[in-house]
Ligand binder design. Structure first.
Ligand code: PA5
Length: 304
């Protein structure tokens, strides 16, 4: 499947209705790396009823026990850090679940939701995230419909995103993405999409934390014109004020990224997809295959 066609499946992925049956629990741990790991990060910003720990490591936190709902997310099912975390969670007696298209994880005999194969892991963000959201948040059918509708609109018209990619490409600039709660993880998702799809280094951070560090180099760094600064628009007045004052006192112009949708669910997936298209167009302009992750695969083989 062409990468652009992979992106177009997101509007259907958000309708993926699978969920895990869970009883009483004290905390949630979600383990995964890269394009799979983003599922836990996105979920952790939507949910705050119980503690959520997002693990992107071989090991798991000490607090994991039989009251932990532990969800391993790996598209291939063969990511060694995630498999190692699963084994550790099983030893601790946690309630272990998995989301995968197959691989070793799919054969471990644990409670597993199988998702369709044949996509790049990062293009399966809906399949990877929806089972977690369905289990613990249960979005309303209206929210799901809204998300699907605005994603379809973006599939049909992404000229704004193409123009941003063109500006980045014209200056061979390094993308800098600034988010704010509840979209801090999505700023990071954009960074990783720039890395894997367009094969460019990128940087992300978020308000208001960046007002306690990045604000200095935003004013005083060297080679500033080599960066392309973007900031997600925010519904929070204090964050809006911070964005405005940060631009003013540092003499930096941020490209404002508008967010569509009424529900947090729809807004999150819309923003994810905006990043998908900017990074896809940048890859296209560079003449680079957005599906190519050969260096990542090579590294995995060499350390196996
Ligand atoms: O997007 C990618 O291909 C990577 O970031 C992978 O998701 C990452 O290497 C982890 O692999 P998997 O998603 O199969 O667990």
């Amino acid at each position: 499947m062409e990468f652009r066609d992979e992106l177009k499946t997101l509007k259907d992925q958000v309708k993926f209705g699978e969920f895990f049956k869970v009883d009483s629990f004290s905390n949630i741990v979600i383990a995964g790396m890269g394009g799979s790991g983003i599922a836990g990060r996105i979920f952790s910003e939507m949910y705050s009823d119980k503690p959520v720990f997002v693990s992107d490591d071989y090991s798991i936190p000490n607090f994991v026990d039989e009251n932990t709902e532990f969800i391993a997310v790996s598209y291939s099912g063969n990511t060694e850090e995630t498999l190692s975390a699963v084994e550790a969670a099983m030893k601790k007696g946690a309630k272990v679940h998995a989301i995968t298209s197959g691989g070793k994880l799919g054969e471990m005999g644990i409670d597993t939701i199988k998702i369709p194969s044949g996509l790049q892991p990062r293009s399966a963000v809906g399949y990877l995230t929806m089972p977690i959201i369905n289990t613990f948040i249960k979005p309303s059918p209206d929210d799901v419909d809204e998300a699907s509708r605005i994603l379809a609109d973006l599939d049909a018209n992404n000229t704004v995103q193409e123009n941003i990619a063109t500006e980045i490409f014209a200056g061979r600039r390094i993308p800098v993405i600034y988010g704010a709660s509840p979209f801090r993880s999505i700023a990071y998702r954009w960074k990783t999409q720039f890395n894997e799809n367009a094969k460019v280094l990128a940087y992300s951070s978020y308000f208001s934390e960046l007002n306690h560090n990045d604000t200095m180099p935003l004013r005083d760094t060297y080679r500033k014109d080599e960066f392309y600064f973007m900031a997600f628009d925010s519904e929070d007045e204090r964050i809006r004020k911070r964005i405005e004052v940060t631009q003013k006192i540092t003499g930096t112009q941020f490209k404002k990224i508008d967010v569509r949708g009424t529900s947090l669910f729809a807004r999150s997936f819309y923003l994810i997809h905006v990043g998908d298209y900017i990074t896809y167009h940048l890859a296209r302009l560079r003449g680079i295959d957005p599906q190519d992750v050969s260096a990542i695969e090579d590294l995995k083989k060499r350390i196996a």
